[in-house]
Design a protein around this ligand. Sequence first.
Ligand SMILES: NC(=O)c1ccc[n+]([C@@H]2O[C@H](COP(=O)([O-])OP(=O)(O)OC[C@H]3O[C@@H](n4cnc5c(N)ncnc54)[C@H](OP(=O)(O)O)[C@@H]3O)[C@@H](O)[C@H]2O)c1
Length: 309
Amino acid sequence: MHILFHSPDEDEKAWKEELESVFPGAQMRVWQPGDNGPADYALVWVPPKEMLAHRTDIKAIFNLGAGVDAILRYRDALPPGVPLIRISDAGMGIQMAEYATHAVLRYFRRFDEYETQARAGIWNELKPHVREEFPIGILGLGVLGQRIIKALQHFEFPINGWSRTPKEIPGVRCYSGKDGLDEFLSKSRVLICVLPLTPETTGILNERTLSKLPQGSYVINIARGPELIEEDLLHLLDKRHIMAATLDVFQQEPHPKGSRLWGHPRITKTPHIAALTMRSQTIRQIAEKMQAMERGEPVEGLVDFDKGY
Ligand SMILES: NC(=O)c1ccc[n+]([C@@H]2O[C@H](COP(=O)([O-])OP(=O)(O)OC[C@H]3O[C@@H](n4cnc5c(N)ncnc54)[C@H](OP(=O)(O)O)[C@@H]3O)[C@@H](O)[C@H]2O)c1
């Protein structure tokens, strides 16, 4: 079993050792330009175009992350008919839940404002937010969105969810499709975006949609930068229609020096770390899927090229 690997930011030696120990018989090699040797599977993160285009021998391509937007940008360079399989949770769900819960509680308990007050030497009790008036809206009800919901339900917030197709999730008011978006937004005081980046979701968080949120709302984007029009968010923050935002992802990463996003007192920023790929869990998941494929069984996480996720 020959496995091609390309993910330059990872410790390639550690991946090889662990993959080969979890999957006996597997031989992993780091792809180099001009590599035309045999390959059964490829494990990749943002692969160069020339890596996969001619690889008609390969049985599947595993994307080392939940989002496939980067690899689908080179869709025409992927070998036709070869399944593309994404990572499904593998330790990312709990990280997303931690991130989202931390941000929601920080705003709900007004800790962001207390931090500002403390730095200014101000001792002052603020009026608490009312839980029933603090509904959380989750954009994207897939693996990660549902994990976030599970975490937030412990704190008894009202929860709304929005997805492409209709869903029923206990304790969640579910909306779907373009027709359901405006009502979903108007009923959500905190907006958490965990949508995959597709042509349909690019720019989905813009002046028009964010204006549908109630006055004094909060925005948390932990999906992909191009889903948010940053200038529109800044404008709505200036108008205090949006009170504050927590952003893990940006149109340009890192966003340029001099951008208003850097110093903004009501934007909290992290450098695209909401959920990192966990090597051991990812390898175990991929090895199980490869073994299932070898037995001729179906596997979960197949990317639908037409939907884009
Ligand atoms: N910042 C980070 O560190 C980080 C880390 C990991 C992942 N991510 C991002 O998180 C995204 C979500 O991951 P996941 O595993 O939860 O994906 P997933 O299981 O495929 O779920 C995607 C959800 O989004 C919904 N959706 C997609 N397109 C839509 C549209 N046009 N309108 C309405 N809803 C739409 C889907 O609706 P249906 O249920 O109807 O299909 C589904 O509920 C990834 O694609 C990635 O970009 C970010």
